[in-house]
Design a protein around this ligand. Structure first.
Ligand SMILES: C[S@@+](CC[C@H](N)C(=O)[O-])C[C@H]1O[C@@H](n2cnc3c(N)ncnc32)[C@H](O)[C@@H]1O
Length: 299
């Protein structure tokens, strides 16, 4: 529920066709935000001609949505509580076997790139938070015999510093740096093979996600992969319960906002197609339930 596949199948191509051309990051951001607003308006219009169950789903989805920021994104929120939220998210990730699953999603690309390029696969992780996926990826790839060079990054210095200390302590060759996920202008073209981001797309507006993808395609030789929770009602039962188990009001607050903000797979596809019109854009649900995976690869 909440994916609106049948309705969007008709609406998204119409919106893409009528979209004005964009020329720079600012017009890409504006155009993408407008396209998303049109999609939501279009759904409400179509809802009037649908049966009650389908139209109720569209109105419920609209009602759930929010623009409220998470504590994690609030620079005014106490630093130590932000760090504590990403650490709790790490425990949640361990509980749902997230890191191995993210690796499994990346694996075919890693193997292909290593084989084609004959060198270590260069990966940039954006919004890496606790940094635990970048660190886990270094270990899992080593165990799997895949050679990688991974750089983690986050907007907040406290995460970056904590991650660099952790990598040093563990003796892992993973570097973390401060980066705004939708401003990659300082990075040279083709510096990486893949740009990856986990559980963070919903932190950004559609326009910001589009700017991120467009710039990722410039800095990455192969492309971009974003994994985020799948927009669905079932997660409304699971994720806040995890927050209650962890006894953290901050985690529950952010988890609740997160669920309301997740993008649908057709929304992710539309954003990817606007940001990188020449690329191969696919958004699908993960093999095991819970995540949506967006891949934007150079054709
Ligand atoms: C939900 S956490 C995800 C952390 C990690 N990827 C994971 O899966 O555990 C979202 C992360 O996005 C980061 N973030 C927020 N705004 C950002 C921005 N503009 N650029 C880069 N990172 C940002 C936050 O600091 C936080 O670490």
């Amino acid at each position: 529920m909440l994916q609106h596949r049948a309705v969007d199948k008709q609406l998204v191509p119409e919106i893409l066709l009528a979209l004005p051309a964009w020329s720079d990051m600012s017009s890409l951001e504006k155009t993408t935000n407008q396209a998303m607003a049109r999609l939501h308006r279009g759904r409400r219009q179509v809802a009037k001609s649908l049966g009650w169950l389908q139209s109720a789903e569209i109105y419920l989805d609209d009602w759930i949505r929010t623009d409220l920021p998470e504590y994690l994104d609030d620079p005014g929120f106490p630093e130590e509580r932000r760090v504590s939220i990403v650490q709790l998210l790490h425990r949640f990730n361990q509980g749902v076997w997230a890191y191995q699953r993210f690796f499994n999603m990346l694996k075919p690309y890693l193997q292909r790139i290593e084989q084609q390029q004959g060198r270590a696969v260069r990966i940039l992780e954006l919004a890496s938070g606790s940094g635990e996926f970048s660190l886990a990826l270094a270990k899992i790839a080593q165990r799997s015999g895949i050679s990688i060079a991974i750089t983690g990054s986050d907007y907040f210095d406290e995460h970056v510093n904590a991650c660099n200390n952790k990598a040093l302590r563990l003796g892992l060759n993973v570097e973390f740096k401060q980066l705004n996920a939708f401003d990659l202008s300082e990075i040279a073209e083709n510096s990486y093979d893949l740009v990856f981001i986990a559980q963070s797309l919903h932190h950004f507006t559609p326009g910001q996600v589009a700017m991120m993808i467009h710039q990722a395609m410039r800095v990455a030789h192969t492309g971009f992969m974003g994994v985020d929770g799948q927009r669905s009602l079932s997660l409304f039962a699971i994720v806040p319960s995890a927050g209650v188990l962890m006894r953290s009001r901050d985690f529950i607050h952010d988890a609740w906002i997160t669920l309301r903000k997740f993008y649908t797979e057709s929304e992710l596809t539309m954003i990817g197609q606007i940001a990188a019109p020449e690329a191969q854009v696919i958004a699908r649900r993960s093999t095991l339930p819970g995540y949506s995976v967006l891949t934007v690869m150079h054709a």
